[in-house]
Design a binder for this molecule. Structure first.
Ligand SMILES: *[C@@H]1O[C@H](CO)[C@@H](O)[C@H](O)[C@H]1NC(C)=O
Ligand SMILES: *[C@@H]1O[C@H](CO)[C@@H](O)[C@H](O)[C@H]1NC(C)=O
Ligand SMILES: *[C@@H]1O[C@H](CO)[C@@H](O)[C@H](O)[C@H]1NC(C)=O
Length: 377
């Protein structure tokens, strides 16, 4: 039985908010993110991680979240990384298409010149492809925006057929030439969902997640509700983890196959919520790794916090062994404070009474598994 393909983990690797400049992000890892990640591929694969979310590639071999170019130029480090990654079966995602930073000013001094970096003019855009209602770029003459305004950089006119076709071609190039397997649509709220569908249909990614804080349709979305519920649950409001139908609140209780669960990522990081404490972060992972949806692990938690990675590895192994996947069903029997250590005080709910044993426990958490399962594996 192949467990690994039935679920997927993304690994966030970006530390900065999405408006961080490529230069800042690039310099925050000596030798660049791509090179640095290459050395970790084996460790990621061994930890049950199946997908990495890379900072998107940009002009002149930079990497980051403020896209200057959808530049068509070979990215050597990225290519090396992808070779190493594919050998280990790890897949990668990311794309920022909503907005774009101009590379130079036009003759009137307006920042409206975008360059694709090829003599044939592909992806060379000007003010005619900036939405006419972009607050920060009042000189845009394209169609009105189909989504929310993005601050700082230009909102591109995704209704324009030329933009649609050249962007799709660029994404297909990222897939076929560079080796991306799918997309994390950055700021997907910035354009209509029919456009996300258009890019999905044209580029056929293996996996896609949209940064979109509402329930989406075509692609999976980050489960913000589950994130916020976990934030307050670990502060004592455990009852919030069960809704009136005995389901987990949040997207995982309604449409788990469309949910990507997370503790923190480069967007929420700065909020420093309750879940920023080490023990509580582990609790969060014990929760999302044993629940439906597609769980994702934050780069900082995994690599920077200096904690033992065993709990995560054990939890991904438990998830795989028990065939828990994005669509698994879940019934919440109780969501309340109970004593699990040093003596179980769970009454009728104690799983050890009925053929279960503790598969992994840690500060404040325990995961039980049915006895016969371990023999079968
Ligand atoms: C990219 O490189 C070209 C040629 O070396 C240079 O003119 C341009 O300013 C660079 N762009 C960025 C964004 O660094
Ligand atoms: C913008 O580019 C289009 C071609 O895509 C061209 O027809 C138009 O003249 C350009 N506008 C300006 C202001 O340069
Ligand atoms: C947890 O994982 C480690 C390897 O990372 C392994 O040695 C250990 O036996 C596991 N513990 C449990 C309880 O599964």
């Amino acid at each position: 039985m192949n467990f690994l393909i039935s679920f997927c983990f993304c690994l966030y690797i970006s530390l900065l908010p999405s408006f961080g400049t490529p230069a800042v992000l690039g310099s925050s890892k000596k030798g660049g993110w791509y090179n640095s990640l290459k050395t970790s591929i084996l460790e990621l694969a061994d930890s049950g991680i199946t997908h990495v979310w890379l900072p998107p590639p940009h002009a002149n071999g930079t990497e980051g979240c403020s896209p200057e170019g959808y530049t068509i130029s070979m990215h050597r480090e990225l290519k090396f990384l992808f070779t190493a990654r594919h050998e280990k079966g790890i897949k990668a995602i990311d794309v920022v298409i909503n907005h774009r930073a101009a590379v130079k000013q036009d003759e009137n001094g307006l920042w409206s010149i975008f360059e694709g970096g090829k003599p044939d003019g592909r992806l060379d855009f000007n003010a005619s492809l900036i939405c006419r209602d972009d607050n920060d770029h009042p000189f845009g003459t394209g169609n009105p925006d189909t989504g929310d305004n993005f601050p700082f950089t230009a909102d591109m006119d995704h209704r324009n057929p030329r933009l649609q076709s050249e962007l799709s071609d660029w994404m297909i190039w990222l897939k076929t030439e560079i080796g991306f397997d799918g997309w994390r649509f950055d700021y997907a709220i910035g354009y209509g969902s029919s456009l996300t569908k258009l890019y999905m249909d044209r580029t056929l990614p293996e996996f896609a997640v949209a940064e979109y804080w509402r329930i989406g349709g075509v692609v999976t979305t980050f489960d913000m509700t589950t994130k916020y519920i976990m934030d307050v649950a670990v502060e004592g409001e455990l009852w919030r983890l069960k809704d009136s139908n005995g389901k987990p609140p949040g997207l995982i209780g309604i449409k788990p196959e469309g949910a990507v669960t997370f503790i923190d990522n480069h967007e929420t990081w700065s909020q420093n919520c309750c879940l920023s404490h080490l023990i509580k972060v582990r609790l969060g992972y014990a929760y999302i790794l044993t629940h439906p949806g597609t769980p994702s692990i934050f780069y900082d938690h995994f690599f920077e916090w200096g904690w033992p990675k065993d709990p995560i590895r054990n939890l991904t192994a438990i998830r795989a062994r028990n065939g828990i996947n994005s669509k698994s069903s879940v019934t919440v029997l109780a969501a309340e404070v109970m004593k699990i250590w040093p003596r179980l005080d769970l009454g009728d709910l104690d799983p050890t009474n009925s053929n279960f044993h503790v598969a992994r426990s840690g500060d404040d958490f325990a995961v039980w598994e049915r006895n016969e399962l371990e023999k079968a594996c």
